[in-house]
Design a binder for this molecule. Structure first.
Ligand code: ADP
Ligand code: MG
Length: 231
């Protein structure tokens, strides 16, 4: 059995529908979707050791089934530059999360590579009661939330569908490069869309998938946050 099936059946066995970020990222990695390198630490010393191994700057995040929007809970601290900052951030996150939800059960703290700033895009998948698995693409932030500039396709999609989903966005000129914004690697984004389609077709028990954000570079792209919800 592959890693993805193992992670999904383990979650089912535990009676939960939400996969944790490290689980969702392991699944992405198995499907060739690039993700930031990560480890899960269970104490501050371990966090500092993992940070040294991964390399600075580092991002720490809460890992808890009870915290869905991690930054709303003070559960994400970015740009940590040395072991002391990692240890302080580790304790700060625990304190923030405790204040946010005293009953939150904490699995650990995710130590991860910090992806450099660039254009943020969103890749999603939703299982529609009528159409089955669908794949979504858009640009991050205001483009999705205010302008609703997103494209959907029914899965499975091929590389031409993926290309259309990207080039037919109103904001596509931004991905081609505009003023201070460098051009994004469209082929890398097409690859992520096709892999996402393959993943949700292989695993119909996935109800929702959210790669938000994926950071697009001139060469390549990297998923910095991943969420998967099961039926
Ligand atoms: P959530 O969506 O649950 O609040 P995220 O993991 O998306 O948490 O983190 C919040 C924001 O922090 C992201 O939208 C992104 O801008 C930034 N961020 C998170 N992880 C990284 C990372 N590894 N590298 C760079 N930026 C990151
Ligand atoms: Mg996010």
């Amino acid at each position: 059995m592959n890693q993805t099936s193992k992670i999904i059946s383990q979650a089912k066995k535990e009676g939960r529908k939400t996969l944790l970020e490290p689980e969702a990222k392991m699944i992405c990695r198995e499907y060739g979707i690039p993700v930031t390198e990560f480890r899960v630490a269970s104490n501050e010393k371990e966090a500092a050791k993992y940070a040294d191994e991964i390399g600075y700057p580092i991002v720490l995040k809460i890992v808890s089934l009870d915290i869905i929007h991690k930054s709303d809970a003070g559960g994400v601290i970015v740009n940590l530059k040395n072991p002391t900052e990692v240890i302080n951030a580790y304790n700060q996150i625990l304190e923030n999360v405790k204040k946010f939800n005293a009953n939150a059960k904490i699995v650990g703290i995710l130590v991860q590579e910090m992806a450099p700033n660039s254009t943020e895009v969103i890749v999603g998948a939703v299982k529609d009661p009528q159409f089955g698995q669908t794949v979504m693409f858009g640009l991050g932030g205001i483009f999705v939330e205010i302008l609703k500039d997103v494209n959907f396709r029914i899965a499975p999609i091929n590389i031409d569908d993926a290309k259309e989903m990207i080039t037919q966005l109103k904001a596509y000129p931004l991905l081609q490069g505009f003023r201070n914004t460098p051009p994004s690697d469209i082929e890398a984004l097409e690859g992520i869309l096709c892999s996402t389609s393959r993943l949700v077709m292989d695993h119909p028990e996935i109800k929702e998938l959210d790669l938000n954000p994926v950071i697009a570079y001139q060469k390549g792209a990297k998923t910095v946050d991943a969420r998967i919800i099961l039926e």
